[in-house]
Design a protein around this ligand. Sequence first.
Ligand code: ZN
Length: 327
Amino acid sequence: MEARPVIIWSDRYTEHTTGDHPESPRRIAALRSAFEANGIFERSSVLEPSPASAEQVLRAHDEHVVQLVERAAERGGGWLDPDTYVSSASYEIALLAAGGAINAVDAVMAGAPVAFAFSRPPGHHAETRRAMGFCLFNNIAVAALHARAVHGLERIAIVDWDVHHGNGTEEIFWEDPGVLFVSTHQYPFYPGTGALDERGGGAGLGYTFNIPLPAGADDDMYLAVFEDLIAPALRDYQPQLMLVSAGYDAHRDDPLANMQLTTAGFGRLAVIMRDLAGELCPGKLVFVLEGGYNLIALGASAVEVCNVFLDDAQQLRDPRSERNSGR
Ligand code: ZN
C-alpha cells in the first residue's frame, strides 16, 4: 500500500504542441518548476502514466472521435475546431492523458491516500461524439468508467471546479445515476451550457448538479457554495470514489476568465474535498488537471492543493508534530 500521495507525471505531456495557444506545453513546464521549487515531487510517490487503450477510451467516446483524433495526428495535425488543435503526437499523448487519470484511480483503489493526474491535454469539454474546447478525450470520464468497469464501483462523484462548465462530462453521464456530476463555473460563459435547470435526464435525472456563478465570484462565494451546496449533495449521494476536475482558471489572475479565486482559496477548496472524502470514502480521492492559463497562478495553485495533502502526510509520519492533532 502506498502511504504517500501519488502524482502521475510525465514530461511527455509537453509533446501535445499547440502553437500560440493558451493551452500550451508551457503549462506542464510551469507546473514542473513550481513543484521542484516547493519540494512536491520529493514528498510524493511520482508515477509515470501508462497510455489508455482504445477500449478504455471507448467506454466514454464513440469510435468516430477516437478515429478523428488519430487520423488528424497521422496527417501531421490540424484544427478540429477554432479552439482545439491536434499535433502529430497528440493522439498518443491524449491516450497518455486519459491513461494518467486511470492510473490515479488505480492508485487510490490500491490504497494511496490521494492521487493527482497532471494530464494534458485537458478533457472535460470532450463529449461522447465530439472533441472540443482544447480537449481531445474526456480523461476524467474515462477514469470514472474504468473505476466502474474494473473496480466495480456503483457511485462515483465528479466535482468540476474548472471555471468553464464541464459540458463533456455532463453529456457523457447525463442519463447515468452511477455518476453524480457537480460543476461550479462562470455563467454565462464558454461553452454556454451549465444552467441550474440542467439536471440530467432519464434514470440520471437529479444526478447532474450545476452551480452557475457570476463573474467575480471570490473565495468566500466559492467556500459557501462548497460548504452549503456541494457538501450536502455529496453526503446525500454517498460516493465510493470522488474525482475532481481540477482546473485553475477560476484564479483571479487567469487571462481567460473573470473569477476572483486566490491561490489560498484553491487550498481551502481542497481542504473541503479532503474532509468530505475522509468522511464519505476515505482515501478515494483523485484530482485530474483541467484548465489554468496564467502560468504563475497555475503552478502556485497546484502546489497549494498538493500541500493540503502533503502536509497531512508529513504530520502522519512525524508524531512529534504539534499540528498532529489539528486539521
Ligand atoms: Zn477551463
